[in-house]
Each structure stands twice: as structure tokens, then as C-alpha cells.
Design a protein around this ligand. Structure first.
Ligand code: SF4
Length: 592
């Protein structure tokens, strides 16, 4: 049965599924169309391209009555080729299980249109890779960079960081090693990674030699080696051209991409154009054989707000659009990389220009940072930009850690970067109205409204940390917390109001109050790292809280449902932990 593109989507059509979150200002969903999930366009924004990957088919394929046919004897290899032939691969089925708002048919159709990719090298699939998808129809993804540098870290430490990044929600990782045993590090990461692994192969190409020595043979040999190892996507900086270099003259910080700067140097030395561009079809042929996806590198991305959206960056983006078309013609899956450092007001334009020039190919952006003056906090400056980028068009966000611009991230920096970017990705998914995206928030809100601390911690992204923060002041299950205290707890008062209003059953008995398991060693470490209290203060306070609420008795007087208002007040006034300053009255306003 020939595959006819553009037929009505099977299964959950946009009309059937609940789409936009009630109250959302996002556009209605358009899965199967150019908008997928999208923010409303501010006036003046570029419109989506009218073309898709269907407009850039291999030259020897023919279209008969709306169905594309491959030449005799053609064997599909890449997810894009299977999708073009109407076939649903096991990887597409697996992605449909993970993206519960999409059917396998929709995933196939989005891949065929070039708007979604499954970066899954056939070699890595034989190990422990869990297929995932990157594109506007799917949830927003997060990448975590890691890799040894010439001055720091080694293979074991990087594999440990990989596990740590997976634990904290990284959807892909990139091995950006430039030091140590690059080959062993890459191999170890691929063998251990459940998530796709990306690399920037030019780093390996120049180890032990000068960039000027780079030639076609070296490029293809290195790519072949890494593809055979199982790398799932390659950053290829093929969009930097020789005539872009004069456009850099007025920049404050020039070229900040390692790959971009190396290739610019090669072009100046050889007075020739970028070899990645010149030999692009050879590179495509090689990557197709393993189904390594392209991540078309943004070698001229801005490295400071002053350089954002300048002529050099936009000239390269135009070439990346052309390369997207060429890679699709060769049967390869493509995503495109983006900036960098961008003022907040320019982010939407950057996202929508890429959507237009690259015909909806997924956009994978680094941050962007929305200000340059907070080194040490760039996971925050960039996560603000990343949220906006994801809302306006990015499909994957490359995390930034607190060590950005300052040094090689350590394990805790990896966690901080992952957490910040999971916040950005999830916030955008909720705002875009992706069906089901907000359910998690609603569940946690219900637990919070019920003052069900156990459920609250269970649902929290980092429940261990949330519990430690709570138990620092009060390590028992009360129907208020130390923020406002009993009398000022609006959630407790509101709960009582609702129960009264609903005609609470007079026979209703609340489940017996549970004691908190208390602060664990791990939580203690987390609290100590915050640095607000001395460790011995924390221990003293935790102990004091336990005894304050009746550690010795079997039924601590903590839930006000079980005690008279007077004794609740007594606990509040006299026994609750007081940090350093003895409060005469409840000090803070309710946070809820
Ligand atoms: S922050 Fe205030 S309102 Fe919220 S649970 Fe704690 S005491 Fe109640």
C-alpha cells in the first residue's frame, strides 16, 4: 500500500485531543501543520515556511498519484526514510509511548515532514539507548553537555556525570571532550547512555595536529569512526562561510564557538570555503549509513548581547536553511543549532526566523542568556531565555551550568543546570498547552492544598531537596509549615473553609498524623550546602523541633484537628523552631 502524505492524521487528530490548556494564550495546536504547538506571533514575526522535507526529496524518488516511491532495490536506513515510505519503526512506537499526546502515526508524519527527529544511531540502539524525539510536536527536551577538558576530569568522572545528568532529567547528552582519552571517554559514554549522545567531531579531528591540516579524508575518517562507535548526532559547523568573516568586524567578542573559530581560521589560511560545506554530500552519505542525525552547528552564534541577531549570525542561519534542504535530499535527519546570548526581546524573532528559513526543522538552542553580567549564575540568566525560546519555537534546550564561562562543570553544577532547564522546558510546555503537560502541576497543587506533605515531596521534581528544606524547620507532618505558622496558614484556613462549605461529614476522621522520617544524611548535606546555617545549628534545630512537637509521645500534637486551638497556639508560639532571632509574632506573609 503506497504511503500518501498529507492525508488526515490517524488516531488522535488535533480536533479530538484536548489541546490548549484552558486559559492559555498559545495558538490552538496544529500537529501535522506548520505551527504544531506555537506561541501567537507578535506582529512582524516571520511566518512559518510553506515548505517541509517533502519538498526536498532525493532526486531519484518519484511521486506517483501523491505517493512517493523509492528506486528499485532501495533499502531505508534512517527514520526519515522509513517515514517517507509510510513505515512506522519500533523507535517511533516507543516514542509514542513516551509522548502520550502523540500517536505513532503522528510521529511518523512529523518525521517525514522534517519537523521531528529521533536521534538514534543503529549501533547505539543495540546497547541501552531509549529512543526519544525532538520537535515542536513533542515535549521540549533538554541537553546536558559534558566531557573532559585538557586541564580537568577523566573518563570515569564523565561517565558519573552522565548518570547524574540522566538522573536529573537530561534527554540527551553531548560529549564535548577536548582532553584526556577522547576515544575511551566517548566509547564509555555511549555504552552507558540510555539517552542519545551527541559530539562535535571537529574536536577529535585536530587533536595532535593543526587545524590547517584538516582535509576531506580526515573529516570522513573521523566521522566514520565516531559513527561506528554509536554517536547519535553530530554537530557539523558547515554553515560558516568565508564571506561571513568580514561581517564579524564590529563584534564585541568575535566567534565564541570552538568549531566556528577553528573553521574560520582554516578558511583564512587556505583562502578557501569551509570544507564541511564543500564536502557536505559526502558527510551526508556517511551519516545516513548509521542514521546519525545532523545538528547543524551555529559557528557564528553571538557570544554577548551586543552581537545578537547581527549580520554574521543571520547570514549563517540562511546557509543552515540551505544545508537542511541538502541533508533532507540525502535522507538524513536534521536539527539546527541556535544562539547563544540574546536580549529577551529578540528571542521570538530568532526562533521564528529559523522556523521560516529551515522549514520547521527542530531548533536546538544554547540558552540563550538574556544578560551577560551574572557569571556564576548563568544557569539562571540562560534559563530565562530558554523558557522564552521554547515557548516561541525551540525544540531542545542545551543547558548552561553555573560554571559557564568560568570552568568545567562538576557534578553539582550538572544538577543545577539540569534542574534549571527542566523548569524552562516544562514551563514552556505548559504555556504551549501541550495536552497533559500541566497534569503534574495540578497534582502537586492538590497535594499542597490538602497539606499532604508526603505527596508534595513525592511529586516534587527534587523531592529529597524539598523535604530537607521543609524538615530544616519542622521535621513532622503538620497542617502548616514554618513559613507562616499555624494561625497565618492560608492553605489550612482555606481547607477548613472548603470542608465547611462542602458540609463536612461529622463522622469524618482524618488519617492519623505521620511523623516525618527526619533529616537524612543526604538532606543534611543539601542543607549544609545552602550555607545559611552552620551544620551544628541545623542538627541542633532539627533535634529541638523533634522534641518540641512530642518526639517522646506516640501522638505528637501537631495537626490542629487533634488539638485545641490553645495548644496549637502554644506549639506555634513556644515550641516551633526559631532561627537565630526569637520572633514575637508570626513574621512572614503567606506564600501560597
Ligand atoms: S507557606 Fe504558609 S500558607 Fe503555605 S503551607 Fe506553609 S504556612 Fe501554610
Amino acid at each position: 500500500m503506497p504511503f500518501i502524505p498529507n492525508r488526515p492524521l490517524q488516531g488522535k487528530s488535533p480536533g479530538e485531543a484536548p489541546t490548549t490548556t484552558p486559559g492559555s494564550f498559545a495558538r490552538p495546536s496544529d500537529i501535522g501543520g506548520a505551527y504544531s504547538f506555537s506561541s501567537p506571533d507578535t506582529p512582524g514575526m516571520p511566518e512559518p515556511s510553506t515548505k517541509t522535507a517533502w519538498d526536498f526529496m532525493p532526486e531519484d524518488w518519484v511521486c506517483v498519484d501523491g505517493a512517493w516511491e523509492a528506486p528499485e532495490g532501495f533499502e531505508p536506513i534512517t527514520q526519515l526514510e522509513f517515514a517517507r515510505l509510510g513505515q512506522i519503526t519500533p523507535e517511533m512506537h516507543r516514542v509514542a509511548e513516551r509522548e502520550t499526546h502523540l500517536t505513532a502515526e503522528q510521529i511518523r508524519d512529523e518525521i517525514a515532514a522534517g519537523r521531528l527527529i529521533i536521534p538514534a544511531n543503529r549501533v547505539h540502539l543495540k546497547h541501552s539507548l531509549e529512543p526519544m524525539a525532538i520537535g515542536r510536536a513533542s515535549l521540549t527536551k533538554v541537553n546536558a553537555n559534558m566531557g573532559a577538558s585538557p586541564v580537568s576530569s577523566g573518563t570515569d568522572e564523565e561517565v558519573e556525570k552522565l548518570r547524574w545528568a540522566e538522573r536529573w532529567g537530561a534527554d540527551t547528552v553531548m560529549d564535548l571532550s577536548t582532553g584526556g582519552d577522547l576515544d575511551a571517554c566517548r566509547e564509555a559514554m555511549i555504552l552507558n547512555a540510555k539517552v542519545p549522545v551527541g559530539t562535535v567531531p571537529i574536536y577529535s579531528m585536530i587533536i595532535g595536529r593543526k587545524i590547517e591540516e584538516l582535509d576531506r579524508a580526515l573529516i570522513l575518517e573521523t566521522l566514520e569512526h565516531q559513527a561506528a562507535q554509536g554517536v547519535d548526532y553530530f554537530t557539523i559547523h558547515a554553515g560558516v562561510m568565508r564571506d561571513h568573516i568580514p561581517l564579524l568586524r564590529n563584534r564585541l567578542i568575535g566567534v565564541v564557538s570552538r568549531g566556528g573559530s577553528l573553521l574560520a581560521k582554516w578558511m583564512v589560511h587556505h583562502r578557501a570555503d569551509n570544507p564541511m560545506y564543500t564536502h557536505f554530500e559526502d558527510i551526508c552519505r556517511l551519516m545516513r549509513r548509521y542514521d546519525v542525525s545532523f545538528s547543524l552547528g551555529d559557528g557564528l552564534r553571538p557570544g554577548g548581547l551586543a552581537d545578537a541577531t547581527d549580520a554574521a549570525q543571520l547570514a549563517e542561519l540562511k546557509v543552515l536553511g540551505e544545508l537542511t534542504e541538502r541533508a533532507w535530499r540525502m535522507g538524513c535527519q536534521v536539527m539546527v543549532e541556535g544562539p547563544g546570548h540574546v536580549p529577551y526581546d529578540q528571542i521570538e524573532y530568532n526562533m521564528k526566523l529559523q522556523r521560516n528559513l529551515c522549514h520547521g526543522a527542530p531548533f536546538y538552542v544554547l540558552g540563550p542568556l538574556v544578560t551577560d553580567v551574572f557569571p556564576g549564575y548563568d544557569h539562571i540568566t540562560s534559563c530565562i531565555g530558554a523558557t522564552s525560546a521554547a515557548y516561541h519555537g525551540a525544540s531542545m534546550l542545551c543547558y548552561v551550568t553555573p560554571k559557564e564561562h568560568l570552568g568545567l562543570p562538576k557534578q553539582d553544577d550538572v544538577k543545577q543546570g539540569c534542574v534549571a532547564y527542566k523548569i524552562a522546558a516544562h514551563a514552556a510546555d505548559v504555556a504551549l498547552g501541550i495536552p497533559g503537560a500541566r497534569n503534574w502541576d495540578d497534582d502537586l497543587t492538590r497535594a499542597r492544598a490538602a497539606l499532604n506533605w508526603e505527596k508534595h515531596f513525592e511529586l516534587a521534581f527534587d523531592g529529597e531537596y524539598a523535604r530537607a528544606m521543609h524538615d530544616e524547620d519542622l521535621d513532622v507532618d503538620t497542617d502548616f509549615c514554618a513559613m507562616c505558622g499555624h494561625d497565618w496558614c492560608s492553605v489550612r484556613i482555606s481547607k477548613e473553609l472548603m470542608e465547611l462549605d462542602s458540609g463536612k461529614d461529622p463522622e469524618f476522621v482524618r488519617e492519623r498524623v505521620m511523623r516525618s522520617p527526619g533529616i537524612t544524611e543526604e538532606q543534611r548535606t543539601l542543607l549544609e550546602r545552602r550555607g545559611y546555617l552552620e551544620p551544628d545549628q541545623i542538627h541542633r534545630l532539627a533535634k529541638r523541633t523533634s522534641s518540641a512537637v512530642g518526639e517522646a509521645s506516640e501522638s505528637p500534637d501537631c495537626h490542629s484537628d487533634y488539638v485545641s486551638p490553645e495548644s496549637a497556639l502554644e506549639i506555634q508560639r513556644e515550641k516551633l523552631v526559631q532561627i537565630k532571632v526569637k520572633r514575637k509574632a508570626p513574621a512572614a506573609a503567606p506564600a501560597e
